[in-house]
Ligand binder design. Structure first.
Ligand code: ZN
Length: 281
């Protein structure tokens, strides 16, 4: 199946400024959010995410919006549901809190409550599944999966962000391998695992292979960046074109991936090309 592409970089193109809370746009600029959601449906995505990646208590607190967790996430889900209708899936996006458990910036109970309330609000707005993404700390990911699983009726997807290290193996910033992720998150109740963000679609092939070695049945979701971001003159650009991304889709599917979409820098044009390849196979 085909998933959607980037939301964050799309919001920036629509005028989101660095100091602004992206999730507040669900309330203040719902038409722009609906337009992003519709763009991905029109591009051929079978499922779309919600504009709620940073919609957790701790991230919203940074903008003084911690009292609006329920309203902001419910609105995010309702907007994507409106675009998706009843024949496409909506995945409620849940990102990291930015608080480090190992530094004791937050407790396990606080994290659990935080992910519980966000997941419940997304479910109230009509999502089919919760997608916990861009995780680097396995313990935070595990708590998020458990909180979503135990407090909603939604399927729970979790993807972590890996880099290729010197040895050629893949690790998250906190040193977690795809194998460790898969074993731990399955036990926590995830129904789909995978990887998102990172340095482009080519690296995703090895990650998919490693997950497949651990488990032959678990559906794997890949949201690849459009390559490694380049920062220049305050502007971020991504090198991989829709054709670049599409050229790797067959390899990723052959490696064992089941759902392919994009992360940072990908656009409806990328998803349109991915869709074309997937449907031709
Ligand atoms: Zn990304």
């Amino acid at each position: 199946m085909v998933s959607d592409g980037a939301w964050g970089t799309f919001l920036q193109k629509k005028g989101l400024t660095p100091g602004e809370c992206p999730e507040q746009w669900n309330i203040s600029r719902p038409k722009d959010i609906l337009d992003i959601a519709q763009s991905y449906i029109e591009a051929g995505a079978d499922m779309i995410e919600t504009n709620s990646f940073g919609g957790n208590y701790f991230k919203l607190k940074g903008y003084g919006l911690e009292g609006q967790v329920f309203g902001i996430n419910k609105a995010a889900a309702e907007i994507s549901r409106k675009a998706a209708g009843t024949d496409h899936f909506v995945l409620g996006s849940v990102g990291p809190t930015g608080k480090l458990l190992m530094m004791e910036e937050v407790t396990v109970d606080e994290l659990y409550e935080c992910f519980k309330s966000q997941s419940q609000a997304l479910e109230a707005g009509g999502v089919d599944a919760i997608v916990i993404e861009t995780m680097t700390d396995l313990e935070e990911a595990r708590i998020a999966v458990k909180a979503a699983k135990e407090n909603t009726a939604c399927d729970v997807i979790c993807t972590m962000t890996f880099d290729k290290i010197m040895s050629g193996e893949y690790r998250t910033m906190m040193g977690i391998s795809p194998k460790e992720m898969t074993e731990t998150l399955l036990e926590a109740g995830a129904t789909i695992v995978g990887a998102n963000c990172g340095n482009g679609i080519a690296d995703m092939i090895g990650i998919v292979k490693e997950i497949r070695q651990v488990n032959v049945n678990i559906p794997i979701l890949i949201h690849a960046n459009a390559g490694m971001p380049h920062y220049c003159d305050g502007e971020t650009t991504f090198p991989e074109t829709p054709a670049d991304m599409a050229s790797r889709v067959k390899e990723i599917i052959d490696a064992g991936a089941n759902i392919i979409g994009g992360c940072c820098g990908t656009t409806p044009d990328h998803i349109c090309e991915v869709h074309r390849i997937v449907k031709s196979m």
